[in-house]
Design a protein around this ligand. Structure first.
Ligand SMILES: *Cc1c(COP(=O)(O)O)cnc(C)c1O
Length: 394
């Protein structure tokens, strides 16, 4: 910690900073999870979650991190032996593969280069080729691949599975509340997220919503795990409950967080995320550093590759020590070659300006010259412009 600075700035793609309103709400004493006061909170939270997920279906709350909801979805929607495609281009795509294999599914893995998006045309070919083998029961993908900062074309992929027996499972852990991914409108079959990314909460809660088609499939599947039984959770949710003891403190925080996110409206929320993304990309491009996701980029984080010979762990350590800015490195084989700047959840342009300054200073300390000394002005100009634009439909 640098004693000249007032606070730590958490610019990681989860966990993300928490508003004071949420922190104070969570500091209150415990209430009982089967009593009316808690059911009122559950009813409000349910309404807000449905807006955020873009669905008329119940959004189930599970006491686990985001991966728990991914595993719950797979274990409730597929029986061992079924064939699925995992279309992936990063660390979290690999997680779908691991979860599917753990459930005993026959996985066709379609890998795309890190930093690029899944190609719907190739997925369409594989779905068609699979018909000879009895068809694919599932297609698993990330909405936003957090390890590379890429946004996959979910709308296009959903067109391939809609009206077929293939269920489209979307990991929206770094997308829900960050960029539009409406379950019903796009025709996905399952959308999951976690509490510690776009939702401005501590880790510990995960959420899952299923389409009607997915619920029909779930009727014929015996869940692989006693605790994560989505049909039982849905029955509890209908009564403003969770099946087992609710994560009461997190739910109280969620109630406040959803109000903060939804009061200005979804359009305002996405526009802010879009403007921050424009800001990060403009600043990093002006520094002369390569943006990792060239085309289909996520709105909640920006990934950049390190110049030759620069170790990102040193850059991150310097940014933390000198400027109290905490950013993330790469994952997997990119561990020491990448920096990921998080700007989802409770992050504003001031935090991001501090982040870009810390990044530039730390790089300069490693001998990297900034291509444009006015990188911060360029970043702020892009932010201002981003706020006035209509964000593109992802
Ligand atoms: C963070 C993240 C996960 C993992 O979530 P946990 O809460 O750590 O289990 C999975 N997928 C994506 C896309 C993520 O961003």
């Amino acid at each position: 910690m640098n004693p000249m600075l007032n606070r730590l700035r958490l610019l990681t793609p989860g966990p993300t900073p928490m508003p004071e309103e949420v922190r104070l709400a969570m500091a209150r004493d415990m209430i009982h999870h089967r009593k009316p006061a808690f059911k009122e909170i559950m009813a409000r939270v349910q309404k807000g979650l449905r807006v955020l997920f873009g669905t008329q279906q119940p959004v189930l709350s599970l006491s686990c991190s985001g991966s728990g909801a991914m595993a719950a979805a797979v274990s409730n929607l597929f029986s061992p032996g079924e064939r699925v495609i995992v279309a992936e281009a990063g660390k979290f795509g690999e997680r779908w593969v691991e979860i599917a294999e753990h459930r005993g599914l026959q996985v066709t893995r379609m890998s795309f280069e890190w930093g690029t998006a899944v190609d719907p045309a190739r997925v369409a070919e594989e779905l068609a080729a699979g018909k000879a083998k009895g068809g694919y029961a599932g297609l698993f993908v990330q909405v936003s691949e957090t390890s590379t900062g890429v946004l996959h074309p979910l709308r296009e992929l959903a067109k391939l599975t809609r009206g077929t027996d293939t269920l489209l499972l979307a990991d929206g852990i770094s997308a829900v509340g960050v960029s539009p991914c409406p379950l019903d409108e796009w025709g996905m079959d399952c959308l999951v997220t976690g509490s510690q990314k776009g939702l401005m909460l501590p880790p510990g809660l995960a959420f899952a919503a299923l389409s009607e088609k997915a619920w029909r499939k779930a009727e014929n599947v015996t869940p692989g795990c006693y605790y994560f039984d989505l049909k039982e959770e849905r029955a509890a949710c209908d009564k403003q409950q969770t099946r087992f003891t609710s994560a009461v403190g997190l739910m109280v925080g969620l109630d406040v967080a959803l109000e903060m996110l939804l009061t200005p409206g979804l359009a305002a929320l996405y526009r802010k995320q879009w403007a921050l993304t424009r800001m990060a990309r403009a600043g990093i491009a002006a520094m002369g550093l390569p943006l990792y996701a060239a085309e289909h980029y996520t709105w909640g984080l920006t990934a950049l590759a390190m110049p030759k010979g620069v170790d990102s762990s040193k850059v991150l350590a310097a940014a933390a020590k000198e400027h109290n800015v905490i950013m993330a490195g790469g994952q997997g084989h990119m561990k020491n070659y990448m920096v990921r700047v998080g700007h989802m959840g409770y992050v504003d342009f001031g935090d991001l300006a501090a982040g870009l300054f810390a990044l530039a200073s730390a790089l300069q300390a490693q001998g990297v010259r900034m291509a444009a000394p006015d990188y911060l002005e360029q970043a702020l100009a892009a932010y201002t412009k981003g706020l006035t634009e209509e964000p593109p439909l992802p």
